[in-house]
Design a protein around this ligand. Structure first.
Ligand code: 5GP
Ligand code: ZN
Length: 134
């Protein structure tokens, strides 16, 4: 996809620090190195985010993200792992090519995924009624 930063990384037009590569997926270090070892896992087939990625591609990308996370723990680099996907501008997505963030966590690293300050005035039952899928 023209003008997609991560497609350019896949094509080798922009350098990256590669962690894993196969025919379908590429994993490389996030440029921030925050926290150290912050890794992005992306499908080579361009899609924007969760909404337009086909389920096989998504499943395989997740499988590789899990393998990488397990590897970081197995080699003693991480004591724990956070995985997340920002999907949509309003969810903080900045690069419009699906990517899974892997954050290697170390005991006592002090990173805090703060809970939202905004309290809902709806009950859980009301929320479930709105959200239920089946
Ligand atoms: P998002 O906010 O879209 O979920 O995450 C995009 C991520 O891509 C950010 O964590 C950002 O640091 C990373 N990023 C942006 N530009 C580059 C780049 O040129 N190279 C690498 N390796 N990471 C990048
Ligand atoms: Zn792309």
């Amino acid at each position: 996809m023209d003008n997609c930063l991560f497609c350019k990384i896949i094509a080798g037009e922009i350098p990256c620090h590669k962690i894993y590569e196969d025919d379908e997926v590429l994993a490389f270090l996030d440029i921030t190195n925050d926290p150290e070892g912050h890794t992005l896992v992306i499908p080579k087939k361009h899609s924007v985010n969760l909404m337009d990625t086909d389920s096989d591609t998504f499943a395989y990308t997740c499988e590789i993200a899990q393998e990488i996370a397990q590897h970081y723990v197995n080699i003693g680099y991480a004591d724990g792992i956070n995985i997340y996907i920002n999907s949509g501008v309003d969810a903080g997505q900045e690069v419009m090519h699906l990517h899974i963030h892997i954050l290697p966590r170390k005991q006592g690293d002090g990173i805090n995924f703060a809970r939202t300050e905004k309290q809902s005035d709806k009950t859980l039952a009301e929320v479930a009624e709105t959200l239920k899928l089946n």
